[in-house]
Design a protein around this ligand. Structure first.
Ligand code: FPP
Length: 306
């Protein structure tokens, strides 16, 4: 199939049966699945069950992320958002936080090393979250990757680090308040759609919100991950630890979505219609919103230049 690979030691090989099934899914499914959001859960339990070091579980989890990027890319999925480190994870021991940061550092550096290939394939990498809290060198490689790949849309990987939805919503509220202060928008301009549009500027390059919210490890929790973005997504909970997640699990997830996607699309349309009812087309308001969204995007780009 195609060439997405973020490190050379991680080449994905398909058996003939996996390739056959993948082609059926890629070309036979009628749903247009574009974006998957994943809570990669179960690294420590996987390590514990196999009597491995906890750090090994996390490393295997990080390697799995690259496999899953490749599988998604080969299936024609355009965007993947992953929960790599929650602000809640700061409550773990310093030793474990350091281990996770070392893995993130290593993986981001591997991606930086494959920048030539990334440019060739026009892949966009975004690191999303409270980046000011990241160690300096990880901040630098994150900004470098974002700066160099920001305009690509062939495949988008959003890595959420030091992230929670609550924190993201707080930033949006601060931005809206600032925009009111600067008189870019009026307080009455703020509505549900504007909040979602603000979110899209910061978290999705394709503008397509996740079709699927997937959590591995059997836990039935959302853990404050992309809550607003996933309000219309199909929630799928896979009973497998993240490092053991296989291409067959991914096919199973996609087939579940395929079976229900018509109902989901209908619900999304109905909700959109309800939101549109009672809305006036006020030219001046539209202009203000346009200016505000441009200002937001400009701020994001300015941050990449630092
Ligand atoms: C959840 O398992 C997983 C995490 C907290 C970390 C996930 C991070 C990676 C896979 C690496 C990130 C990679 C990049 C590129 C930045 P857990 O520790 O909660 O395990 P448990 O549920 O069994 O306790």
């Amino acid at each position: 199939m195609s060439v997405l690979e973020f490190n050379n030691s991680n080449n994905v090989h398909y058996s003939w049966l996996q390739r056959f099934a993948g082609n059926i899914i890629r070309y036979g499914c009628t749903s247009r699945l574009q974006h998957i959001a994943i809570v990669m859960d179960g690294n420590r339990r996987f390590a514990r069950d196999l009597k491995l070091e906890r750090a090994r579980g996390h490393t295997l989890g990080a390697d799995k992320l690259f496999d899953v990027c490749q599988w998604c890319h080969d299936l024609g999925i355009k965007e993947l958002s992953v929960y790599a480190f929650s602000l809640e994870n700061l409550k773990r021991s310093q030793d474990e936080i350091d281990t996770l940061m070392n893995i993130a550092r290593l993986k981001l550096n591997e991606i930086v090393k494959s920048l030539d290939k990334i440019h060739e394939q026009q892949i966009c990498i975004r690191v999303i979250g409270n980046l000011d809290l990241l160690p300096d060198d990880i901040q630098q490689s994150s900004y470098r990757l974002m700066k160099e790949t920001d305009h690509y849309k062939n495949f988008v990987l959003n890595v959420c680090l030091y992230y929670t939805s609550r924190n993201e919503i707080t930033s949006i509220i601060k931005n809206l308040a600032q925009a009111c202060e600067k008189d870019l928008i009026h307080i009455d301009d703020i509505d549900d759609d504007l909040i979602i549009e603000s979110l899209i500027v910061s978290t999705s390059q394709t503008g397509h919100l996740p079709d699927i919210f997937l959590r591995t490890s059997g836990e039935l929790r959302l853990s404050d991950f992309m809550l607003l973005q996933c309000r219309f997504s199909m929630w799928i909970f896979a009973d497998v630890y993240w490092p053991a997640f296989s291409v067959w699990h991914l096919y199973w997830v996609i087939l579940q979505f395929e079976m229900k996607s018509k109902t989901l699309t209908d619900i999304q349309k109905q909700c959109k219609n309800i939101l549109q009812q009672g809305k006036t087309t006020d030219e001046k308001r539209n202009e203000r919103i346009h200016t505000y969204l441009n200002w937001l995007e400009q701020q994001r780009i300015e941050r990449l230049k630092l």
